[in-house]
Design a protein around this ligand. Structure first.
Ligand code: DP6
Length: 331
């Protein structure tokens, strides 16, 4: 029986996917750019089952046990398995188990790493070879569009155009030793899913302005990375984070992801910059703040964030080289 296990990383977007031209296929309105993480990842084992079996989906616990996932997650996994079977022209059913390396209570996006790992493990269990572009396209079609970026390492751009929209590497993991110090200010799942956020983005009167401003901002982030230039990258990534939340807050009905802790961390990051550090903040669809900084600044940034009463704990991460096959199956 064929079985495969893959680890796939989470990623943090510098230019965000927010709003789709075709939400069902996660075809985005704009290109997005992210840094692949090293420590925050998901592991997935996929095993082909013999005839007559049905798909099984399990969450693997740190103590070695297994439990059933929430219904909505299980349905998304089953739908993705159907998609991968159609792609491979196969009918076999699977046993799937998945586990995150980072605390799920941290409310950090786990869908991107989870669906990237699922795509890779299932394709491997089916014995299908595919290019990174093809795997990225397949991961996007899981519905978690940002999973398309988690197929690649280093710094990644998800190109928005075409029906086969997928991500490509723009610089590898060794190109620039950036760090992501994540200030966890709120635990638990976010109140409004990204899926709903994409849907509501179209109701914001400011979406049009966002789309007009994005090409220039995206170019600053691209060049910021390829020229390792903080003066281009830093302000652009912080501007972009605020812009995503501006669209969310001005959607109808509005979505407020920030908590008082978010604002507290943003103020601390400004102070760190006044002290001369390269540290800039970004938030995904949640209250927690990712502080992107130099390797030399990491310790200082982490201890400042840990000293804030609004911060529960801090996760330190860096640039990762992308998914890998693992010899350690989850079952
Ligand atoms: C704010 O539709 O990919 O993180 O399925 O929850 O992973 P999940 O979300 P997805 O939207 C991502 C929204 C974002 C920005 C980004 O990562 O580009």
């Amino acid at each position: 029986m064929s079985k495969a296990t893959f680890d796939a990383p989470a990623n943090i977007a510098f230019i965000k996917y927010w709003g789709a031209r075709d939400l069902e296929h996660a075809l985005p309105l704009n290109p997005s750019i992210s840094m692949t993480l090293e420590n925050c990842s998901s592991r997935c084992t996929a095993e082909l089952l013999s005839d007559g079996a049905d798909d099984e989906v399990w969450l693997s616990e740190p103590d070695g046990g297994f439990r059933r996932p929430p219904q909505e997650f299980e349905e998304r996994v089953r739908a993705h398995l159907d998609r991968l079977r159609r792609w491979a022209g196969k009918k076999e059913k699977f046993r799937i188990a998945t586990r995150n390396s980072f605390p799920s209570a941290a409310g950090l996006a786990s869908s991107a790493s989870g669906f990237a790992a699922l795509t890779l493990a299932t394709a491997a269990a089916l014995g299908k070879e595919a290019s990174p572009a093809e795997l990225s396209r397949l991961a996007r079609e899981s519905g978690s569009g940002s999973a398309s970026r988690s197929i690649l390492g280093g710094f990644v751009e998800w190109r928005s155009e075409g029906e086969d929209s997928h991500a490509v590497e723009i610089a590898d993991a060794d190109y620039w030793d950036l760090r992501d110090v994540i200030a966890v200010v709120e635990i638990g799942p976010k109140a409004v899913s990204s899926l709903e956020g994409h849907r509501r983005a179209h109701t914001s009167p400011y979406l049009k302005t966002r789309l007009e401003l994005l090409p220039e901002r995206t170019e600053r982030v691209r060049r910021g990375i390829t020229e390792r230039d903080w003066s281009l990258l830093g302000p652009a990534l912080e501007e972009e984070a605020v812009d995503l939340h501006l669209i969310a807050m001005s959607s109808r009905p509005p979505i407020f992801y920030w908590s008082p802790g978010t604002v507290g961390v943003l103020r601390a990051v400004r102070e760190l910059r006044q002290e001369g550090l390269n540290a800039y903040a970004t938030m995904d669809a949640g209250a927690n703040v990712h502080v992107i900084c130099d390797a030399e600044a990491e310790d200082h940034v982490a201890s400042r964030l840990e000293s804030l009463s609004v911060v529960g704990f801090v996760i330190r991460d860096g640039v990762g080289s992308g998914p890998e096959e693992s010899p350690q199956d989850l079952f």
